[in-house]
Design a protein around this ligand. Structure first.
Ligand code: COA
Ligand code: AMP
Length: 636
């Protein structure tokens, strides 16, 4: 079967294509309609279908002869331990936790926030919610209490599931005080917090609100799988938008399960029973889709890795895991390999391991820079496959569908549109651009199964953020072009979202925090190039008249504010004082030009600029502070 045929079929006969794929999962009741439009006017997949995602990921495999196969390997260099769960064991653990949550009053349609480190109980918590038809919302452990509180207030969970601590390199990070602060700060209060006590830190419990995870499970009866509608939400995952308020991406059950199943063979080229490893975090979409749901729905063995690419204990740790567990398919973010390359440039550590099980490495989360791609190709001699996607879509939009037909890799391109995604490059006016012209990367509606049907409690924001710019299209927020051979090149965000070490963050959210400083009149945050993290945020601030605070004090204050309110993960380090911000005459801040100056890129000074001299001041200040590479190009 060739890509062109499959892809054309998926676009020209969407319903037939996805109806065919839907037969690959086990429904309690087959859908009545493959594609429909709901009362709000949004597209929905598999209406009338009855199912349960946790059933597909667990019980189904036990009933069909995979009970003894390892479902999940917890490999934790952080705690120097490895633990394996068969499908039978994982099903039972999940069913018991679901029984415990049920006793706490969690029922179908309720929301549950999960704030967990990378331990098996995080996976169990997600699957236990899915089993009950409850909607989970996992919050990345690196977020500070304020961010957690914002999500608690939006999701309004009945229960929060957390652990006593996480481990970052050698540092034990107690989670419970962060959780307590967040619950205190939030207006919405959960009925209960279920806490998994880890030996590295004991959490102080406030009874009766706080419940011990292990006691809850020990006393619980196994709960059966609830029957849910294909269109019922499976989870909410908050992601950064352009403002301080994160967007609650909704994932449904039916479309998601069908898309996850389809992707495993067609994109990742694995078979049921294979070992599949995504080294990400359950707090991110890659963790949801490719640590938990897709590999389990497909009957693979998945790995939950509690460690880092380096220093846990060294830059050979990824290769060790691949050898030890015979990983066939490996998926991570380019930043992880940049970290390894920095520590082990000649891949000496890799040579210690037998990587014969490994067939391909997949990258996503940020653009794969050609030097990292080429280094990986050279050291592993394996296919290195970049693919582009977003929290919103839940799976790849552009990739190399090697399970259908493998294409030669072009550095800088994620290859071709994935089946179901009708990709177009549009200009400002909404006209389709010819090959090789850069524009807005858009997806013609309807989006395929698995993508967001809407935003949690915010249909209007869904409409305005994604659908209103170009009628009939979903706006991805990325810019890029398609070359003469149909290869897609994603060139970066066109909005205020940045990607720091594979973590998606909003510069708008950081600006709101800096602007809250009493001395600051206005500010702008831009993502500048960073060798390891891809990008890092840098702030520019203008002081209010009469304020005499010095730059270093302001920097310390704002760095602390962002660390306290967003989290260390923002990696915010610098605030630069400037007299004014570059703006158009209508008052729009020219953030893109500020970034281009910092990155030493050439740019056109827009005719609408208020005062071009400000650009020189920006470059001079960057030079003075030795930040970015502006001074190399600009200050003459
Ligand atoms: N919980 C608590 N804190 C966290 C955290 C978590 N889950 N994740 C990161 N942090 C903290 C770090 O401890 C660090 O804190 P510090 O400033 O006090 O030292 C800060 O956030 C910045 O973290 P990071 O940018 O990740 O830097 P690092 O030096 O800890 O690690 C890498 C660098 C490249 C090894 C790491 O970012 C990495 O593995 N990235 C891959 C990300 C990834 O897989 N993303 C998934 C997308 S597919
Ligand atoms: P997230 O929602 O966290 O997955 O981040 C999605 C954003 O990350 C996209 O909109 C892109 O800007 C960027 N991104 C993810 N994967 C890639 C990739 N393979 N190539 C280029 N950009 C990517």
């Amino acid at each position: 079967m060739y890509y062109v045929e499959r892809y054309s079929f998926s676009i020209n006969s969407r319903e037939a294509f996805w109806a065919e794929q839907a037969t690959n999962i086990s429904w309690f009741k087959t859908p009545e309609q493959t594609l429909s439009v709901d009362e709000k006017g949004f597209y929905r997949w598999f209406k009338g279908g009855k199912m349960n995602t946790a059933y597909l990921a667990l019980d189904y495999h036990v009933e069909n002869g995979r009970g003894d196969q390892t479902a999940l390997i917890y490999d934790s260099p952080a705690t120097k331990s490895v633990k394996k769960y068969s499908y039978t064991e994982l099903t039972s653990e999940v069913a018991k936790l679901a029984g415990g949550l049920k006793k706490l009053g969690v029922a179908k349609g309720d929301t549950v926030v999960i704030y967990m480190p990378m331990i098996p109980q995080a996976a169990m918590a997600m699957l236990a919610c899915a089993r009950l038809g409850a909607i989970h919302s996992v919050v990345f452990g690196g977020f500070a209490p304020h961010e957690l509180a914002v999500r608690i207030d939006d999701a309004k969970p009945k229960v929060i599931i957390s652990a006593s601590c996480g481990i970052e390199f050698e540092k034990v990070i107690p989670y419970k005080p962060l959780l307590d602060d967040a619950v205190h700060a939030a207006e919405h209060k959960p009925d209960h917090c279920v806490i998994f006590q880890r030996p590295q830190a004991q959490a102080a419990m406030t009874e009766p609100r706080d419940v011990d995870y292990e006691t809850l499970v020990a006393d619980a009866e196994e709960a059966p799988c609830e029957i849910v509608d294909a269109t019922d939400p499976l989870y909410i995952l908050y992601t950064s938008g352009t403002t301080g308020k994160p967007k609650g991406i909704v994932r449904d059950n039916g479309g998601h399960a069908v898309a996850m199943h389809f992707s495993m063979k067609s994109i990742y080229n694995v078979e049921p029973g294979d070992v599949y490893w995504a080294a990400s975090d359950v707090g991110w979409v890659v963790g949801h889709s490719y640590i938990i749901y897709a590999p389990l729905i497909y009957g693979c063995t998945t790995i939950l890795f509690e460690g880092k690419p380096i220093r846990t204990p060294d830059a050979g740790t990824f290769w060790r895991v691949i050898e030890e567990h015979k990983v066939k398919c490996f998926f991570t973010a380019p930043t992880a390999f940049r970290a390894i390359k920095k520590e082990d440039p000649h891949a000496e550590l890799m040579k210690k391991y037998d990587l014969s099980s490994l067939k391909a490495i997949y990258l996503a989360g940020e653009r794969c820079d050609p030097p990292t791609l080429e280094w990986l190709q050279e050291i592993t001699q394996l296919p290195i496959l970049d693919h582009w996607w977003q929290t919103e879509t839940g799976w790849g939009i552009v990739g190399n569908m090697v399970g259908i037909e493998a294409f030669p890799v072009k550095a800088g391109s994620a290859t071709k549109p994935i089946c179901g995604f009708e990709l177009k490059i549009l200009n400002e006016a909404g006209d389709e651009l010819p090959a090789n012209q850069n524009g807005y990367v858009c997806i013609k509606l309807p989006l395929p199964p698995g993508c967001l049907p809407t935003l949690w409690n915010d249909d209007e924001r869904f409409q305005t953020s994604y659908l209103n710019t170009f009628e009939g299209y979903y706006l991805t927020g990325d810019g890029g072009y398609i070359d003469d051979d149909g290869y897609v090149f994603i060139m970066g965000r066109i909005d205020d979202v940045i990607n720091v070490a594979g973590h998606r963050l909003s510069t708008g959210a950081m600006e709101e925090i800096i602007a809250s400083h009493p001395a600051v009149a206005e500010c702008a945050v831009v993502g500048i190039a960073d060798e390891l993290r891809g990008q890092r945020p840098v702030g520019f601030a203008v002081l209010k008249d009469g304020q005499a605070i010095d730059e270093s004090t302001l920097e310390q204050n704002t760095v602390s504010l962002i660390r306290e309110q967003i989290g260390a993960v923002a990696f915010y380090r610098n605030t630069i004082l400037v007299k004014r911000l570059p703006k158009t005459r209508s008052g729009k801040i020219l953030r893109k030009i500020m970034r281009q100056i910092a990155d030493g890129e050439s740019f056109n000074v827009p005719s609408t600029i208020d005062d071009p001299a400000i650009l020189t001041e920006i470059a001079e200040r960057l030079e003075e502070r030795k930040i970015g590479s502006a001074f190399e190009l600009l200050v003459k």
